[in-house]
Design a protein around this ligand. Structure first.
Ligand SMILES: O=C(O)c1ccccc1NCC(=O)[C@H](O)[C@H](O)COP(=O)(O)O
Length: 230
C-alpha cells in the first residue's frame, strides 16, 4: 500500500467519508466544468473540505486534460494524486512517478493479459494501482494482479459518459472484491444517497462532475466528507 490507499484507510479511521475528489475540466456530457476557475483554486477547496485524495484526468482527446497540469497539481499539494488516463505504455507509468503522482489508473479491459505486468511495474515505481472494473469478467482480471486498489466504475467508459452511471453496479460487483484491497466506487455519484450506497460496499468514493457543477463547492464537498451515513 502506498500513499493513496493509506490516506483512504486513515480517513476511515478518523470517522470521515473517504472521498477522492476529481479536478475535472471537461465532461463529454456537460462540457466545460471549470467555469472560469483554475485547477489550483479547485484543489485548495478540496483540501479545505478534507478529502482523502485528488484525481485528475490527463486524457486530452475526450476530457481535455493536460499532463503539465497534473504535474502542477502534484507539486502543489500534500494530498495523494491519482492520474486517470487510458494507459497502454510503461513509459506513462514512469512519467507518472516522475511527476510525483501517487496512484495510476489501469484499465483491465484495455490492458487485458498485460494488466498484471503493468500493475507490478507501477508498484515498483511506488505508485498505488487502481485497477478499474465494470463487469464480473474484469473483476477476475483485477483479482489476478497484485493491485493495491480496485475501482468499480459505475459508468461504462466505452460510452464516454453518455450513460449516467448507476451506483447499483457497486453493490452488484462488490461481493466479488478480494480481501485486503482498497476498493473505490467511481463515477455517477451525485447525492448523499448515492454516497451511502457507495460507502456501504466500498472503502472510498471517487467523485468529479457533481463537485465541479456545485454552486457552493466547498460546502457541497464538505457535506460529502462529513455526512454521517449510518
Ligand atoms: O474511468 C476511466 O476509465 C477513465 C479513463 C480515462 C479518462 C476518464 C475516465 N473516466 C472518467 C472518470 O474518471 C470520471 O470523471 C470519474 O470517475 C468521476 O466520475 P463523475 O463523478 O461521474 O464525473
Amino acid at each position: 500500500m502506498y500513499r493513496m490507499a493509506k490516506s483512504i484507510v486513515s480517513k476511515k479511521k478518523e470517522g470521515k467519508n473517504p472521498i477522492i475528489a476529481e479536478i475535472k475540466v471537461f465532461s463529454p456530457k456537460h462540457g466545460d466544468l471549470l467555469r472560469g476557475r483554475n485547477e489550483i483554486d479547485i484543489l485548495r477547496i478540496y483540501e479545505e473540505a478534507g478529502v482523502a485524495g485528488i484525481s485528475y484526468i490527463t486524457d486530452k482527446r475526450y476530457f481535455r486534460g493536460d499532463f503539465n497540469v497534473f504535474k502542477k497539481i502534484c507539486a502543489s499539494t500534500d494530498l495523494p494524486v491519482l492520474r486517470k488516463d487510458f494507459i497502454t505504455s510503461k513509459e506513462e507509468i514512469e512519467r507518472t512517478a516522475e511527476a510525483e503522482g501517487s496512484a495510476i489508473l489501469l484499465i483491465g479491459r484495455l490492458l487485458k493479459e498485460k494488466t498484471s505486468e503493468f500493475v507490478d511495474y507501477a508498484l515498483e515505481h511506488e505508485l498505488d494501482t487502481l485497477v478499474e472494473v465494470h463487469s464480473r469478467e474484469e473483476m477476475e482480471i483485477a483479482k489476478g494482479t497484485n493491485t493495491t486498489m480496485i475501482g468499480i466504475n459505475n459508468r461504462d467508459i466505452s460510452k464516454l459518459e453518455r450513460d449516467d452511471g448507476n451506483v447499483s453496479l457497486t453493490e452488484k460487483l462488490s461481493k466479488y472484491l478480494p480481501k485486503g484491497v482498497v476498493s473505490v466506487s467511481e463515477s455517477g455519484i451525485s447525492t448523499l444517497e448515492d454516497l451511502k450506497v457507495a460507502l456501504k460496499y466500498t472503502d472510498a468514493a471517487l467523485i468529479g462532475t457533481s463537485f465541479m457543477r456545485a454552486e457552493d463547492t466547498l460546502n457541497f464537498v464538505k457535506s460529502f466528507v462529513d455526512a454521517k451515513l449510518y
